[in-house]
Design a protein around this ligand. Structure first.
Ligand code: LHQ
Length: 270
C-alpha cells in the first residue's frame, strides 16, 4: 500500500469503501453512525479515490453512494474544524473545492446512488454527479440556511441551472426536505426508483454507461457546462471542434462499423 494514512481509501479504517465490479468502481461514504457526514479525512479519501480512478484506464464508470440509511448529511458539524469562530473558508478551499472539481472533471461518467437523505454539502455532492438515481425514501435538503450559511459544494452554481431561479431560491432559503419523487418531477435528478430497486437499477445503469463511448459522454458533460457561458454561435463552434476531434477517434469508427455490420460495438476510448 503506497500510503497508510487512515484517509487513504485502501486503509482498513478509511471512511470510504471501494468496490470494483468489472469496469465500475463504487465508492461508499462509510460513516453511517453520523449519516456519512464529511470530515477532512473523508473529503481527502474521496478526492484520492476519484483521482486514482481518473488515472486508472480500466475504470469506465464511478458510482457514489452512502452506507446505512443516509447518503450524506453534509459537513460533520461536530468536527472541530468547523467550530464557530474557526475559518470554514479554509476547509472549503482545501478540501471541498478540490474534491468537487475533481468529481466534476472525471474522465468517466459518475452516478450518484442516493440511498437516503442527502443534506447540505451531501445534497450538492450528489447533484454534481452526472446521473442521480435516488431511492423513493431518499430526500434532498439544502440545510445551509438553517445554520446561517449559503449553499456550498457548488450549490449556488448547480441549483439555479438545474431547476431555475425560483425553485432554487425556494429550496435554498427554506431548507425544506425535498422528497426524491418531487426531485425527479422538477428535473433536479434523473430518476427516483423503489428502494428495493436502487442497487439493481444503478448496477445496470453503470454497466450500460461503462460499455458506452466514455470520451463522448464526458465531452457531452463538459460541453453542457461550457455552453452556460456562451451564446449559440459559441456553442456551435464548440460542438464542431469536438465532433471533428471525436470523428478521428476509435469509438466513432467502431460505432459506425458496428452499426453497418449490425453487431454490438466495442468502445475503448477514454
Ligand atoms: C450528524 C450530522 C452532521 C454531525 C446527522 N454532523 N452529526 C458547512 C460548514 C462548514 C464548512 C463546509 O461546509 C458546510 C457545508 C454543509 O454541509 S452545512 C450543512 C450541514 N448539515 C446539516 O446541517 C444537516 C444536519 N443533519 C440533519 O439535519 C439531520 O440529521 C438530517 C435531516 C440529515 C437527518 O435527520 P434524522 O433522520 O432525524 O437523523 P438524526 O438527526 O437523528 O441523525 C442521526 C445521527 O447522525 C445523530 O447522531 P446521534 O448520536 O444522535 O445518533 C446526528 O447527530 C448525526 N448527524 N447529521 N451534519
Amino acid at each position: 500500500m503506497p500510503d497508510v494514512t487512515p484517509e487513504h481509501p485502501g486503509h482498513p479504517e478509511s471512511p470510504l469503501r471501494q468496490e470494483r465490479a468489472g469496469a465500475v468502481l463504487t465508492l461508499t461514504l462509510d460513516r453511517p453512525a453520523v449519516l456519512n457526514s464529511f470530515t477532512t479525512d473523508l473529503l481527502r479519501a474521496l478526492f484520492l479515490a476519484l483521482d486514482a480512478a481518473a488515472e486508472d484506464a480500466s475504470v469506465r464508470c464511478v458510482v457514489l453512494t452512502g452506507a446505512g440509511r443516509a447518503f450524506c448529511a453534509g459537513q460533520d458539524l461536530a468536527d472541530p474544524a468547523v467550530a464557530p469562530q474557526s475559518d470554514i473558508g479554509h476547509l472549503l478551499a482545501h478540501f471541498y473545492r478540490p474534491m468537487l472539481l475533481r468529481l466534476r472533471s472525471m474522465p468517466v461518467p459518475v452516478i450518484a446512488a442516493v440511498n437516503g437523505v442527502a443534506a447540505g454539502a451531501g445534497a450538492n455532492l450528489a447533484l454534481a454527479c452526472d446521473l442521480v438515481v435516488a431511492a423513493r425514501s431518499a430526500s434532498f435538503i439544502q440545510a445551509f440556511s438553517k445554520i446561517g450559511l449559503v449553499p456550498d459544494c457548488g450549490g449556488t452554481w448547480l441549483l439555479p441551472r438545474a431547476v431555475g431561479r425560483a425553485k432554487a431560491l425556494g429550496l435554498a432559503m427554506l431548507g425544506d426536505r425535498l422528497p426524491a419523487q418531487e426531485a425527479e418531477r422538477i428535473g433536479l435528478i434523473w430518476r427516483c426508483v423503489d428502494d428495493a430497486e436502487l442497487a439493481g437499477e444503478v448496477g445496470a445503469l453503470a454497466a450500460r454507461l461503462a460499455a458506452m463511448p466514455t470520451r463522448a459522454l464526458v465531452e457531452t458533460r463538459r460541453a453542457f457546462d461550457a455552453a452556460q457561458q456562451t451564446d449559440l454561435a459559441g456553442a456551435l463552434d464548440h460542438e464542431q471542434a469536438l465532433q471533428r476531434e471525436l470523428g478521428f477517434a476509435h469509438d466513432y469508427q467502431e460505432g459506425v462499423a458496428a452499426f453497418m455490420a449490425r453487431r454490438a460495438p466495442s468502445f475503448s476510448d477514454r
